[in-house]
Design a protein around this ligand. Structure first.
Ligand SMILES: Cc1cc2nc3c(=O)[nH]c(=O)nc-3n(C[C@H](O)[C@H](O)[C@H](O)COP(=O)(O)O)c2cc1C
Length: 325
């Protein structure tokens, strides 16, 4: 009988399938459903830095305090002490009613005051914190070092404040992805989640205006995280989780062969329903039985790059003869 248990960031998972941060994990009923359908853990819908800011601004607006910086900082401090309350309540409720691990998620773009809020998340009982740091490198004057410093400064703040395992979910837009991931790991991050899928942009040529692209991924988007997890999971001492383009049990197997400790799935559940979790688990089990693997660890990282492996297999960026028959 195939045993799917996996340890991610020191947390025992009954299987490596985590429902990714999205609206499917934004309320207690849905989270219960994720557990019933067999997911190993859930990452809650992110609380956005701007939401914490808005709550603080609302408090300011309602209060008698004049709207100057000092007063704002004071109320912000109060707001942090209580935290955007609904999110904390959701974590407490989930921890009471659900037995799978609950990973809180913060979406941040700057290393500022919200760091205090991470402490509240820890006190509310979350098993881990995933920081979705999404700085789009579109500023003509910002160097890559400046952008990377934002990530590292955010972590300095958070890791100094809390004892929870912290994962960082990043996008693929880095000049030296290996170095930034290594730097994040050296800071003390326990999980690296590759890669966040950003809001997709499209253009409506009939009405000549910008529109949103498809918010859901397709299976052929798996290859970017697959490449980087295969290249780095053996060389950076940190747990890797894969996200984007994982739609089937076979996709999960690929990511584990590359070295992932867990996968985070979202689009496939929007397309196929939450009961697809069970189909994916069955697919993994039957593949493991076919290949005589009893445990996930028996094949995890089998295809990750070892020191002695030829880099060309993983590193090739250009097509040379893909279409030559
Ligand atoms: C409707 C929707 C809402 C999402 N909300 C969040 C969020 O709040 N925080 C976050 O880190 N990622 C969010 N994501 C990204 C997913 O967690 C996931 O990383 C991404 O969709 C790629 O995985 P997939 O290919 O399985 O969809 C969202 C995705 C979708 C489709």
């Amino acid at each position: 009988m195939a045993n799917l248990s996996s340890v991610y960031m020191g947390i025992e998972l009954k299987n490596p399938l985590i429902v990714a941060s999205c609206d499917l994990t934004s309320n207690i009923e849905q989270i219960k459903k994720c557990e019933e359908e067999g997911s190993g853990a859930v990452v809650l819908k992110s609380l956005f830095e701007e939401q914490i800011e808005t709550e603080t601004e609302e408090l300011i607006a309602e209060s008698w305090l004049p709207n100057h910086t000092e007063a704002f900082e004071y109320v912000r401090g109060m707001s942090m002490a209580n935290g955007p309350s609904l999110y904390l309540d959701l974590i407490k409720k989930a921890k009471k009613e659900i037995s799978i691990p609950i990973i809180a998620s913060l979406n941040c773009i700057s290393p500022k005051w919200w760091i205090d809020y991470a402490k509240q998340l820890e006190l509310s009982g979350a098993d881990a914190l995933e920081l979705n740091i999404s700085v789009l490198p579109s500023d003509l004057k910002r160097s890559s070092e400046e952008i990377e410093k934002i990530y590292l400064d955010i972590l300095d703040g958070v890791l100094g404040e809390i004892n929870l395992p912290v994962a960082v979910k990043i996008g693929p837009y880095f000049t030296s992805i290996a170095k930034i991931l290594n730097d994040l790991s050296k800071k003390g991050v326990k999980g690296l989640v590759l890669f966040n899928r950003f809001y997709q942009l499209d253009i409506d040529i009939k009405n000549i205006k910008l529109t949103g692209g498809n918010p859901l991924s397709s299976p052929n988007e798996i290859s970017n995280s697959l490449r980087w997890i295969a290249l780095l999971s053996e060389r950076i001492p940190c747990d890797f989780a894969a996200t984007t383009g994982i739609h089937s049990g076979h996709d999960v197997i690929k990511q584990i062969l590359a070295g992932a400790k867990a996968v985070e799935i979202c689009s496939t559940l929007y397309k196929n329903g939450l009961d697809h979790i069970n189909n994916m688990l069955e697919e993994i089990k039957s593949w493991m039985n076919e290949h005589n693997y009893e445990n996930i660890e028996d094949f995890r990282g089998k295809l990750s790059k070892k020191e002695e492996d030829k880099i060309e297999l993983y590193d090739r960026l250009q097509y040379i003869k893909a279409l030559n028959k």
